[in-house]
Ligand binder design. Structure first.
Ligand SMILES: [Zn+2]
Ligand SMILES: [Zn+2]
Length: 391
């Protein structure tokens, strides 16, 4: 029995009862008419047979509380019930062809669409809708977070790492539908597959995820036993990820489109790699520059010298320190630092640290005593003591 039947047929009139008739009154009326028109007592009378069918149909609907309610609602909505236009009394105010054509393709936002939706909701119109369901829409893959620990040199120079990535992908058993293999989820009748429900609060309409299908637009009656109906599965794969030169400890490296693959032609997500960098025994980092502390002797600092300074990769380089170099002075060795994004390199900052010999042989002791005598007139603390007093 279609909705169209509901609107075209006046079951109350068929049974000859008022719209307000009780269940008992309807039953009584039906029994009387059924006896009157029953085929057994009216052999070969086609008119009476038709009448019998109409009576039975009317009783089927009106004797069922739920169906009677739907019938009443439909007729109230379309003005054909209470005091409205009667069936056959000059037509309806709506084009039923549009409403019940079954194409499901209402265009525009006219009355037809709204009423169509109304019917969908009232009578659970399930069949015949050819709406694109949520699962067949292109979906972007998930972004994935991963972590990697690099040596100091790998971070400075850049490296390629193997990463095992676990992400959520479409369940292979049900191809992501969440329904047991061989079965198909049905379009959610509440939201008609849109996954959205709108709620009216006075003049405002809010859109929220449909409660019946949790926003999926589909309802699964027989869930996939592998993914328990979620449609999602863990997938593990190993990828080679290029870590660019110059990453710092705690930095997040974004690798575009290296995340979870997209579904139905959607783009892949991105991969974010949190980098941990192990400290180096000798070198430090200061932005794009590498740092190093280089021990020098007192005489090298005092007399000036050419000293060897190690670099991160390759043979040590020669650094000239001038006469009278104070302890802690920093020298710049150009182009021996961290590779920048544009391919240029930072510098190596070498800080000299004057070391004092722990032991002295006789010759050295003798020479240093001589030096001490030669410089006896200089008190390096004289100014300090003077300034301390003057404050
Ligand atoms: Zn829904
Ligand atoms: Zn599954």
């Amino acid at each position: 029995m279609s909705t169209k039947d509901y609107l075209e047929k006046d079951y109350y009139a068929v049974l000859g009862v008022p719209k307000t008739a009780t269940a008992e009154e309807i039953k009584k009326a039906y029994r009387k008419l059924a006896r009157q028109y029953h085929p057994d007592t009216n052999q070969g009378d086609a008119t009476k047979e038709t009448k019998f069918k109409e009576v039975s149909e009317a009783y089927d609907v009106l004797s069922d509380t739920k169906r009677r309610k739907e019938y009443d609602e439909a007729r109230t909505l379309f003005g054909s019930g209470v005091g409205g236009q009667r069936p056959g009394g000059g037509g309806f105010p709506f084009d039923f062809g549009d409403l019940f054509g079954g194409t499901g393709q209402s265009t525009g936002g006219g009355a037809g669409e709204r009423l169509g939706d109304l019917f969908g909701g009232l009578f659970n119109r399930g069949g015949g809708t050819t709406r694109t369901t949520t699962t067949s829409r292109p979906r972007r893959g998930q972004d994935i977070e991963s972590e990697v620990t690099l040596t100091f040199t790998e971070a400075v120079e850049g490296t390629t790492v193997s990463l095992r990535l676990t992400s959520s992908a479409a369940c292979a058993a049900c191809t992501g539908t969440g329904a047991r293999a061989g079965t198909t989820p049905r379009v959610c009748p509440t939201c008609e597959g849109t996954g959205a429900a709108s709620r009216n609060l006075g003049n405002f309409a809010f859109s929220e995820p449909c409660r019946d299908c949790k926003g999926r637009g589909l309802i699964v009656d027989d869930p996939c036993p592998v993914c328990e109906g979620s449609g999602r599965a863990k997938s593990t794969r190993t990828i080679q990820a290029r870590i660019p030169a110059g990453v710092a400890d705690g930095q997040r490296v974004k690798l575009k489109a290296k995340g979870a693959p997209g579904e139905n032609g959607g783009p892949a997500g991105d991969l974010y790699i949190l980098t941990h960098v192990k400290p180096h025994a000798v070198f430090g980092r200061s932005g794009d520059n590498l740092t190093i502390t280089v021990p020098v002797t007192f005489t090298e600092a005092a007399l000036g010298a050419e000293i060897k300074v190690p670099i991160l990769k390759g043979m040590p380089v020669t650094l000239r320190i001038p006469t009278g170099t104070p302890n802690g002075r920093t020298f710049r060795v150009r182009g021996r630092g961290v590779t920048r994004k544009d391919g240029t390199k930072g510098d190596l900052l070498a800080t000299v640290e004057v070391v004092v010999p722990k032991t002295l042989d006789d010759k050295s002791r003798e020479l240093l005593s001589e030096f001490n005598t030669a410089t006896a007139g200089e008190d390096p603390r004289a100014e300090l003591i003077q300034r301390a007093r003057s404050e």
